[in-house]
Design a protein around this ligand. Structure first.
Ligand SMILES: Nc1ncnc2c1ncn2[C@@H]1O[C@H](COP(=O)(O)OP(=O)(O)OP(=O)(O)O)[C@@H](O)[C@H]1O
Length: 220
């Protein structure tokens, strides 16, 4: 029962129902990409998985139920959500931001070395306040911080948004390398469909709060 299984996921904001029974799976070491029109419910789906939005249905990670738990408990179970806003602390340095995601002080130096293998640019800016980084660097920092927790499942909401083409390439290569070498499962919401599909094992099209289409790599 390894991997993520979602079935009949429903969620609403007040009286407005947004998710109407979503079914999806992410297998061991897979990247799933979610695409679909604006307002379809992709962000809400990620928020439901990480406990930021109350939802009903069934969600299991490696057989463990996630729904109904608090966000911090879901994070302890290995689900890390990098929101569109990123959530870095602007006045804190890159090093201080990374310490927030680290497992414990004892491993911090080794964990940083490990992370710099994927995101070398962060090493060059360690003492710089996060708020002074470029948009692309801030995105790397937010993802890097989540990675330091060694997540089982990483949820990335539009990681390419607003990035220059070169920064897009750097970020997606790093994400791809992490998935291949660490086996981290990922769900990536992305409007840059062609780029995202290059590294996806499966893709789901979300429309009006439901899965409208599923493609797996062997069926493209
Ligand atoms: N906090 C909220 N309160 C009320 N309605 C919300 C809230 N957040 C989102 N919605 C509504 O829920 C619907 C789904 O929004 P969501 O952000 O999940 O879509 P999305 O597929 O991620 O869109 P996009 O691609 O534009 O980011 C939209 O109609 C949106 O207006």
């Amino acid at each position: 029962m390894s991997g993520l299984r979602v079935s009949g996921l429903r969620a609403e904001y007040g009286a407005a129902r947004v998710l109407h029974g979503v079914d999806l799976e992410v297998g061991e070491a897979e990247i799933a990409v979610l695409t679909g029109p604006n307002g379809a419910g992709k962000t809400t789906l990620l928020r439901a998985l990480s406990g930021l939005v109350r939802a009903r249905g069934t969600v299991t990670l490696d057989g463990v139920r996630l729904l109904g738990r608090r966000p911090e408990e879901i994070a302890r179970l290995g689900v890390w959500h990098v929101t569109q806003e990123g959530g870095t602390f602007a006045p804190l340095t890159v090093r201080e931001n990374l310490r927030v995601g680290a497992r414990s002080g004892r491993h911090f130096a080794a964990d940083l070395e490990w992370l710099f293998g994927y995101f070398p640019v962060l090493q060059a800016h360690l003492s710089q306040p996060a708020g002074t980084l470029s948009g692309g660097e801030q995105r790397l920092l937010a993802i890097g911080r989540a990675l330091l927790a060694r997540p089982r499942l990483l949820l990335l909401d539009e990681p390419l948004r607003g990035l220059a083409p070169r920064a897009e390439g750097v970020l997606f290569q790093a994400i791809h390398a992490i998935n291949r070498h660490e086996g981290t499962m990922m769900i990536i919401v992305e409007h840059h469909v062609a780029t995202a599909l290059r590294i996806a094992h499966r893709s789901y099209v979300v429309e009006s709060g439901k899965i409208a289409d599923l493609r797996t790599r062997w069926r493209w």
